[in-house]
Design a protein around this ligand. Structure first.
Ligand SMILES: [Zn+2]
Length: 184
């Protein structure tokens, strides 16, 4: 009788141990693999004035991706730095927002990659330029506006999904004001 209890206790202990081991193993092997990165919007060169910052965003799949899975890279950190800003979820994918901080005049490429180094996103060219003189600004400059928004944007991702390419002249005609984040 006593030995039966002892045996069943031992069996219970073994099963509990096995359950613990199995779940640990699952945790170790379930690090999410990034399946795809996609630039949110068209890949157009970005120009920022020295001392200013801007941002680009990427869609990342699958939804389970977390911040730890993503690394932001600038090929020349002396020109501009790429810093992970936010990772938010939207309709089954993640929106990875990368802040670009200007450091020196010049050009670099920024992109994101997964922390395992298996996958890299498209690269976006970033040029840091001297502060523009008001008089030099060409009124035919391209801007981004949305049908309902009150602002115009210089960065399509800042304008959001509904934004479309337009001219500064049209934006002025429509009474749009410069976005405080990207157009001032
Ligand atoms: Zn904006």
């Amino acid at each position: 009788m006593y030995s039966k209890i002892k045996q069943s206790l031992r069996l219970t202990t073994i099963s509990i141990l096995m359950i613990i081991l199995t779940s640990c193993n699952q945790i170790n092997t379930s690090t999410v693999n990034v399946e795809s990165f996609e630039l949110n919007g068209e890949n157009e060169p970005i120009e920022i004035e020295l001392g200013k910052a801007t941002s680009v965003s990427y869609f990342a799949m699958p939804y389970k991706i977390e911040e730890d899975n993503i690394i932001c890279i600038s090929e020349n950190e002396k020109i501009a730095q790429a810093v992970l800003n936010t990772v938010t979820g939207v309709s089954g994918k993640k929106v990875v927002n990368v802040q670009i901080r200007s450091k020196n005049i010049g050009t670099t490429n920024i992109y994101i990659k997964d922390s395992k180094g298996n996958l890299e996103s498209e690269k976006v060219s970033v040029s840091v330029v001297e502060t523009l003189n008001e008089d030099d600004i060409d009124n035919s400059d391209m801007v981004y506006i949305t049908p309902t928004g009150k602002k115009y944007h210089l960065i399509n991702t800042c304008g959001g999904e509904n934004s479309y390419k337009s001219t500064l002249n049209e934006a002025n005609t429509l009474g749009k004001e410069p976005c405080i984040k990207c157009a001032q």
